[in-house]
Design a protein around this ligand. Sequence first.
Ligand SMILES: CC(C)(COP(=O)(O)OP(=O)(O)OC[C@H]1O[C@@H](n2cnc3c(N)ncnc32)[C@H](O)[C@@H]1OP(=O)(O)O)[C@@H](O)C(=O)NCCC(=O)NCCSC(=O)C[C@](C)(O)C(=O)O
Ligand SMILES: [Mg+2]
Length: 326
Amino acid sequence: MRSAIRAFSTNVTKTDRKGFVPRRALLYVPGSSEKVLAKVPKIKVDSLVLELEDGCPLASKAQARTNIAAYLDDLPSKGDHACFELGVRVNSVSSGLLADDVKELSKAKHLPQVFLVPKVDDPDELAAIWDIFKTNYGAERIQNSKSRLIIYIESARALLDMPRLLATTLNLHKNAGFFKLDGVVFGSDDFCADLGMSRSNEGTETLYARQRFVTCCKAFSLQAIDSVYIDIKDLDGLRRQSIEGKAWGFDGKQCIHPTQIPVIQESFLPPPDKIEWAKALIDEYIKHENEQRNTVLTFRGSMVDRPVILQAMNIVQTVKYIQESQ
Ligand SMILES: CC(C)(COP(=O)(O)OP(=O)(O)OC[C@H]1O[C@@H](n2cnc3c(N)ncnc32)[C@H](O)[C@@H]1OP(=O)(O)O)[C@@H](O)C(=O)NCCC(=O)NCCSC(=O)C[C@](C)(O)C(=O)O
Ligand SMILES: [Mg+2]
């Protein structure tokens, strides 16, 4: 009967789970500060992103590039990192700064495990992005690397054009050998600016956008990373929005301060009672199937059909992948 569960499991997610990277919290560490960079190996977070874009003032960009390139060049000397993944967020192609970023980064012996490219607004920009990476790293180095790609949706136009943007990025990997797209981030602050919205801690103004965003990500089996919560002191509000995002299908959330990490990472793990419920339901389902009854059953007083079993399997798989990958 385990085979029935396995058959179900393959339907649960189309994502290739080989090399699964948990990205419950994605922490930005500004590359301009050597003092903060020195702490990087010890920061325990799923995904740690060395920041070159908006977290880095224009006057410090050159210094930040040099710092990050030196960090990557000398990576083995830093020892084991407590984070699961080390990435770099470069500047957008429209800023005119991307070529300088990639030129400097490509001088380092090592590539980051993931490149994060913000403000991808138009499918045509993707060809320009690929071109900049290819010119500096060379196609072969890119193809031989295991680095992944994450892009950002940060404007009304990008949100509406998401299916085309995601398909074009995935095709660049398949047809040209660009880094494999693994996840997508919702840049809520730039999105609010683009639409002339006033952002709030409750986030009601981005409700439609976040729901469309997560739906598009899941249609392409990509990880969906939720908005940044800029009120660093308000950990209750952060927890509320993290739990909300998790319930909507997001895989993780951006993070700007170390105190936000545990709140986000805990929120993106299913709670113990939900894990217990999911395991017990799957056991009950196997028993039920053994007795060859209808696949609709009653469990703890509620009707359970296939979609509910799939949700239970998602919960069990998420916990399993996070435990196995750390
Ligand atoms: C807000 C800031 C200035 C307050 O920085 P602070 O130093 O004033 O804070 P603190 O509370 O005094 O710091 C306490 C300790 O934590 C450290 N610390 C503090 N922050 C970090 C960090 N991120 N990573 C690692 N360590 C950090 C800091 O160095 C200090 O260490 P110490 O006690 O040993 O001296 C600071 O937290 C920071 O620079 N955060 C990152 C900001 C950033 O990168 N923003 C851009 C990403 S969000 C974005 O772009 C939007 C998006 C997606 O694009 C879109 O929605 O559109
Ligand atoms: Mg942004």
